[in-house]
Design a protein around this ligand. Structure first.
Ligand SMILES: O=C(O)CCC(=O)C(=O)O
Ligand SMILES: [Fe+2]
Length: 283
């Protein structure tokens, strides 16, 4: 395996993983030593969600929830759609895409580099491309996912609310992915973006993950492990590098929202299948 062209933060993760494999301890999280954390490029820009907000424009969120997202870095919203028929249909539409071989093995992109290694990232994905009118571009595909479309509309309304409540937020675009993990699937510790003051490139700012796993129970695995405090993130002045994490169960109708550049996370190995997640990133 040639690691020379990988960005440093990925090298640590992958080397950590190889070490774990060598010691036959595959369940263990790839870890980083303190030097690596010190050297690693971290975002230096705060994501400000609370100054000069227009509170009169709140429909879905509240000032308190935005404050929580800004400081803690994440929010969990349960019963997001709150409609069993739609929830079941989202599951069926997603799994059908997988069964009909419409998904591809996920890789990791970095510049021209494309990584596909199932021990690093084990999901199958489909990008859901949407035009400027927010409609899914591929009409045939769009017709086959009416309930996923309803979900995407709801996620759009979150984006719209950010733009109307937080005048300086000015979202640029969104990107949406359907992901299916099978038994044994996982995704090693990573961040979804690097957002920095000296970078003119567009970056993901908000990650919204919708889970659709109605029979999930303790022991099924596939939780999202979210590292709360080890990211020196500029939104969190109390950062203490404690490596504290929470495991978020991927249960049905749960929406997880977090700050893409700051919170490291990983998908723990799945003991069930299919694990369904639909993610929209706001840039
Ligand atoms: O499915 C999840 O819980 C998270 C997936 C993830 O981290 C990603 O696709 O970047
Ligand atoms: Fe991620």
């Amino acid at each position: 395996m040639d690691l020379t062209n990988l960005p440093p933060h990925l090298k640590f993760q992958i080397l950590g993983l190889l070490n774990n494999n060598n010691s036959n301890n595959k369940q263990e999280t790839p870890t980083k030593g303190s030097e690596e954390i010190a050297n690693e490029k971290v975002s230096d820009v705060k994501i400000d969600l609370t100054s000069n907000i227009k509170e009169e424009n709140f429909k879905l969120f509240s000032k308190e929830s935005l404050e929580q997202l800004e400081k803690q870095g994440y929010l969990i919203i349960d019963n997001f759609l709150n409609n069993n028929e739609i929830i079941d249909s989202i599951y069926n539409e997603s799994y059908t895409q997988f069964k009909e071989n419409k998904l591809i093995e996920a890789g990791m992109n970095k510049g021209n580099e494309k990584w596909k290694d199932k021990s690093i990232r084990g999901d199958y994905i489909k990008w859901i491309h949407r035009g400027s009118n927010s409609r899914v571009e591929d009409e045939e595909f769009s017709k086959s996912i009416p309930n996923i479309n309803l979900l995407l509309d709801r996620l759009d309304s979150i984006r719209n609310e950010f733009d109307s409540v937080i005048p300086h937020f000015k979202s640029v675009k969104t990107q949406t992915q359907l992901a299916v993990y099978l038994k044994g699937g996982r995704y090693v510790k990573h961040r979804d973006s690097f957002y920095s003051s000296d970078s003119s490139t567009l970056s993901r700012r908000i990650t919204m993950i919708y889970y659709g796993n109605k029979d999930w129970k303790q022991g099924d695995g596939g939780e999202l492990r979210l590292y709360k405090e080890n990211n020196n993130h500029p939104n969190n002045s109390n950062c203490n590098n404690s490596n504290e994490f929470i495991d978020i169960a991927p249960i049905s109708d749960r929406l997880l929202v977090f700050l893409s550049p700051f919170l490291e996370h990983e998908v723990l190995s799945c003991n069930f299948e299919p694990r369904i997640a639909i993610t929209t990133w706001i840039y």
